[in-house]
Design a protein around this ligand. Structure first.
Ligand code: NAP
Ligand code: ZN
Ligand code: ZN
Length: 348
């Protein structure tokens, strides 16, 4: 077994604190990654605090992982020692069902194995995430990272990146399409970058007036305050696509009303409450709501290669592992520009 240092929480009301545990010895197809940077996703907060229910403790959160390969199993073909590598939100699946065979393992009929907060396939070991010094993962769920990109900014691509890239691709965004991004946080700011790379006309719909300049600096063509009733009236029947990356409870109908004919509301934000949707808001303009969960292994590598080609990374604030509790609080208060990333050297 491989001893690692980490930060874990013992329960929904406990802060994250130092924790030591062991990773499994390498199996034939496993890769041992020395973690250099780990992103902080709002899902880490939701799960650490049991906001979705069913959380398992002790929990080492973290599913935006980049690092260097330290060792590979005897049958690993994709990686060798010293390669840069990434691990995202899932680390295994049944590998046999239709979604798995088509590399959409996140929709595995048995349920994907999450990087943390769930059992591994043995149904005994609790998977532990990236707020740790090393991780052991089957190579199918490990990705190649270009050495051209700034590594701390790459970590968030493993969740925030793929979660916004995948639905924008699925919605078949075309040059000139009017795309709005609701919620300019970690996911939202990546959605802006991808929509711009797809040559869309991009609007940020935000509750934070202070983010206007940031949105424009990111390259968004327009910034609109979703809290302003007159603005929302003006924007009715306007967008082809709205990507909803909002982490808190909100009214879906408010955003549906802004969709033009055949418009799509892409829902990736996961607040804990179930919103009501009025069917009249849906039938108008033949609108649809499409949910989307991260992205499969093939698409994740495709997204990382796309980012290397277009020089896309996240805008990050690098923190020490010891500052994680403050980072959670700041994230809840909407005070992050635009992703916290933990420098794992602080734990070694
Ligand atoms: P984040 O960085 O905290 O950003 C969330 C944004 O939501 C904020 O920046 C804010 O944007 C907006 N917001 C917050 N409170 C709001 C309110 N009361 N009303 C309207 N807007 C509000 O979070 P994140 O890491 O990007 O994650 C966003 C959500 O996606 C989370 O729920 C997370 O669990 C989920 N997620 C889903 C998947 C998936 O596979 N579907 C994957 C990863 C994460 P403004 O200031 O611009 O309003
Ligand atoms: Zn995430
Ligand atoms: Zn499967």
């Amino acid at each position: 077994m491989i001893p690692v240092k980490a930060f874990a929480t013992k329960g929904p009301d406990s802060p994250l604190a130092p924790f030591e545990f062991e990773r499994r010895d390498l199996r034939e197809h496993d890769v041992l990654v020395d973690i250099l940077f780990s992103g902080v996703c709002h899902s880490d907060v939701h799960q650490a605090r049991n906001e979705w229910g069913g959380s398992m403790y002790p929990m080492v959160p973290g599913h935006e992982i980049v690092g260097k390969v330290l060792k590979v199993g005897s049958k690993v073909t994709k990686f060798k020692e010293g390669d840069l590598a990434g691990v995202g939100v899932m680390v295994d699946s049944c590998r046999e069902c239709k979604p798995c065979v088509s590399h959409m393992e996140q929709y595995c009929v048995e349920g994907m194995t999450g990087t943390y907060n769930g059992y591994e396939r043995d149904k005994v070991t609790i998977a532990q995430g990236g707020y740790s010094t090393q991780i052991v993962t089957d190579e199918r769920w490990v990705y190649h990272i270009s050495d051209k990109l700034e590594l701390s900014g790459v970590a968030p691509l493993l969740c925030a990146g793929i979660t916004t890239y995948s639905p924008l691709k699925y919605a078949n965004v075309q040059p000139g399409d009017k795309v709005a991004v609701a919620g300019l946080g970690g996911l939202g700011h990546m959605a802006v970058k991808f929509a711009l790379a797809m040559d869309a006309d991009v609007t940020v719909l935000s509750t934070s007036p202070s983010k206007k300049q940031d949105a424009l600096d990111l390259g968004a063509h327009h910034f609109e305050l979703s809290t302003d009733e007159e603005t929302m009236k003006k924007l009715k029947d306007n967008f082809n696509v709205i990507l909803d990356a909002i982490s808190a409870d909100h009214d879906y109908e408010k955003y549906l009303d802004l969709l033009d004919l055949n418009g799509k509301l892409l829902v990736v934000g996961l607040p804990k409450d179930n919103p009501k949707v009025n069917p009249f808001a849906l039938i108008k303009n033949r609108r649809s709501i499409i949910g989307s969960m991260i992205g499969g292994t093939k698409e994740t590598q495709e997204m990382l290669d796309f980012c290397a080609e277009k020089n896309i990374t996240a805008n990050v604030e690098v923190i020490k592992m010891q500052d994680i509790n403050e980072a959670f609080e700041r994230m809840i208060k909407n005070d992050v520009k635009y992703r916290f990333v933990i420098d794992m050297a602080s734990l070694k």
